[in-house]
Write a protein that binds this ligand. Structure first.
Ligand SMILES: Cc1cc2nc3c(=O)[nH]c(=O)nc-3n(C[C@H](O)[C@H](O)[C@H](O)COP(=O)(O)O)c2cc1C
Length: 204
């Protein structure tokens, strides 16, 4: 079967169904008036190591209201990516409804805001990894109601729970990251295996 995005209805659903599993950025921000916001974004990844750079993408509007995360980052130039793990997956889901901008999703989801070192918005205490980010740039993609802002941010400070890190190695059995499949389907990373990368040797 061939699917052409311009003629296949709701191509987005197939696209997000095949690029799986996706990590989930739980993004905390603060408006210039001091209103705290928290929401999940699974168009998310790391894209450069030096400077350490992450991206996530947000639609500008939901059809009903603006996306507060994008608006806050445009206002303040900073945000925090908290990693979603199994223990906070349900709390993450609670924050995803389209609440008015004055709502603090930390309160709604029963999550604890804690101070960050270099940015004003709070970290999620219950998340084992928090990445304080400074905005590099926002690239606009698409137009009209489909317009997205691709947020490019530099990680300027990372907080990692002590028990999950040993040197540079992260213990994924303890981290328990949550993966997003399509729609409301998620997965765990409890079935992992090792596959060392081959080394090319031109003399053999
Ligand atoms: C697991 C999950 C992943 C999501 N990923 C995205 C995404 O990548 N981009 C996006 O625009 N919305 C995404 N959403 C929807 C937003 O979280 C939702 O619109 C939220 O209300 C935005 O909140 P805000 O206005 O406070 O930023 C996702 C929702 C869930 C549950």
């Amino acid at each position: 079967m061939k699917l052409e995005p311009s003629t296949f209805d709701n191509f987005y659903r197939v696209l997000t169904g095949v690029i799986v599993p996706r990590p989930i950025a739980f993004v905390s921000t603060m408006s210039s008036d001091g209103v705290v916001n928290l929401a999940p974004y699974s168009f998310f990844n790391a894209v450069a190591s030096d400077p350490p750079t992450i991206v996530f993408s947000s639609t500008r509007h939901t059809g009903v209201k603006r996306k507060d995360t994008l608006a806050n980052i445009e206002e303040t130039g900073e945000f925090i990516v908290n990693v979603v793990v199994d223990d906070i997956a349900e709390a993450m889901n609670i924050t995803a409804a389209e609440y008015p901008e004055e709502v603090n999703e930390f309160d709604l989801a029963g999550l604890t805001p804690v101070s960050a070192d270099l940015v004003k918005c709070p970290r999620v205490q219950e998340s084992p990894v928090n990445m304080e980010c400074r905005l590099n740039q926002i690239i606009s993609l698409g137009s009209g109601e489909h317009q997205h802002g691709l947020v490019i941010g530099e990680v300027i400070m990372m907080h990692v729970r002590d028990d999950i890190i040993d040197g540079h190695r992260i213990n994924h059995a303890l981290l328990k990251p949550t993966g997003r499949l399509a729609g409301s389907m998620y997965c765990r990373t409890s079935d992992v295996y090792e596959m060392p990368r081959p080394i090319y040797n031109p003399e053999t």
